[in-house]
Design a binder for this molecule. Structure first.
Ligand code: UGA
Length: 447
């Protein structure tokens, strides 16, 4: 069994550390945030990730947490870099945390034997720069391998333990062998390659997934204009074995800590290399527009939104996570507030209080829907599948349901007296008579 130092106790670092410890390795996770390390030492999990708490508990005898870089490096065979690479103002990936780790290693790593393994998502060419930096500092004996992560939030533990593939990019054959062997116990093909190609696999995979989403969202928009139903279309398209069913769910756009930043990073990487990545630019633009389409749907039924009460069900960028990074709900809520609407929201785990000022947080979906002129399903939390639609209708002032994830059954919603409006599906004609709020009446006079 090997000794592994993991740098970064975020989603990627914690999952990587816990999973390797579960495979029997001896792992030390190092982070620079004292509160995070304190919490982990007390047995608390600082992020919401299903299965991670149990895994950390189970692997506790082989898992340590530290603030001290030396603790993580001491005797380690592998040094996994799992720090964040957020976008800079220019859209390029910010590699400052990566370089800080590399700088710190310089003072601690003994010289030979240890392997630096890059798990953070980095631009193509980063490995070559790190290799050159290590060499320049007399650390030629320290190996470098790219081993990108393909775990999705909410299913990260499962994705790590049962991956579709393990990608290993190395400068040196033996270094690649060592990282491949480290994954013993995981049943998946190991794809070996050079470092730049491994870096590109990660960016290309995410870009392709985003392309599928923006593609189906555009098909959805054309479905709306032509009377087709995108849910049926995607089902049948996905049954073609050459296309497959994944990432064909139309909705209000992708968000999260990865897709938006990785698409920008790849776009800038291409541009910095003199190439205009036209398709990726379109994918990004379609996604931005998609987040705003809900506003038009609300206005179609309600007219001006000033004074209207709108309930957002779900805030996180997807279910089974509390992550609010680049969540479509943020764009939606701020656009609604800008239009003068009153916004109420519910989410079972995401706490957006610091992000969404002026939005009323509610304990249940029905509380959020109280007196609402419209309810919008923003995140397809499983709890919403059991929503009592008759009670929802009864709680609302105007019975408009915009299903931003095509998650609820349109027939059941209509049977409960709701006007159902999905994404890329035939919508019902609007209400016969719409109740006015004193605010809408007054604002209409003002305009
Ligand atoms: C994504 C990738 O799926 C992982 O493979 C990758 O490792 C990770 O990024 C990363 O780079 O670290 P994640 O962002 O956690 O994982 O979540 P996804 O499940 O991919 O969903 C991303 C967004 O796409 C969500 O907002 C989701 O609602 C949206 N989506 C997904 C759709 O709108 N339609 C779909 O059909 C699928």
């Amino acid at each position: 069994m090997s000794r592994i130092g993991v740098f970064g106790a975020g989603y990627v670092g914690l999952v990587t550390g816990a999973c390797f410890a579960d495979l029997g390795h001896d792992v030390t996770v190092r982070d620079v945030v004292p509160e995070k390390i304190d919490a982990l030492e007390r047995g608390e999990v600082p992020i919401y990730e299903p299965g991670l708490g149990e895994l950390l508990e189970r692997s506790a005898p082989r898992l340590r947490f530290t603030l001290d870089v030396h603790d993580a490096v001491e005797g380690a065979d592998f040094l996994y870099v799992c720090v964040g690479t957020p976008p800079t103002y220019s859209g390029d990936a910010d590699l400052s945390a990566v370089w800080t780790v590399i700088d710190e290693l310089q003072g601690s790593v003994s010289g030979s034997g240890a392997l630096v393994v890059m798990k953070s998502t980095v631009p193509v060419g980063t490995g070559e720069k790190v290799r050159a930096a290590l060499d320049a500092r007399g650390l030629e004996g320290v190996g470098y391998v790219s081993n990108p992560e393909f775990t999705a939030e909410g299913t990260a533990v499962r994705d790590f333990m049962y991956p579709d593939r393990i990608v290993v990019g190395s400068f040196d054959e033996a270094d690649g062998d060592a990282v491949a062997a480290l994954h013993e116990g995981i049943d998946a093909p190991v794809v070996r390659m050079d470092v730049p190609s491994a870096e590109m696999v990660k960016l290309a995979s995410n870009a392709f997934l985003m392309t599928r989403i923006s593609f189906i969202n555009e098909i959805a928009n054309v479905c709306e204009a032509t009377g087709a139903d995108v849910v049926k279309v995607a089902e049948a398209v996905g049954l073609d074995h050459r296309l497959g069913p994944h990432f064909l769910r139309a909705g209000i756009g992708y968000g999260g800590s990865c897709f938006p930043k990785d698409s920008l990073a790849l776009k800038q990487l291409a541009a910095n290399s003199g190439y205009h990545f036209q398709l990726l630019n379109a994918v990004i633009e379609v996604n931005e527009l998609q987040k705003r389409r809900v506003i038009a749907k609300l206005e179609k039924h309600l007219g001006k939104l000033r004074g209207r009460r709108v309930a957002l069900l779900g805030l996180a960028f997807k279910p089974h996570t509390d992550d609010m990074r680049e969540a479509p709900s943020l764009v939606l809520a701020s656009r609604l507030i800008a239009e003068g609407a009153e916004v109420r929201c519910w989410d079972p785990v995401a706490d957006a209080s610091g992000l969404l000022s002026g939005v009323v947080r509610c304990a249940t979906p029905l509380e959020a829907a109280e007196g609402a002129d419209a309810v919008v399903v923003v995140t397809e939390w499983p709890e919403l599948a059991d929503l009592d639609l008759a009670a929802l209708r009864a709680a609302m002032r105007t019975p408009l349901l915009v299903d931003g994830r095509n998650f609820l059954d349109p027939d059941a919603a209509q049977a409960a007296g709701l006007v159902y409006e999905g994404i890329g599906r035939a919508s019902q004609s609007s209400f016969a008579a719409l109740p006015e709020t004193p605010e809408t009446a007054a604002s209409d006079l003002r305009r």
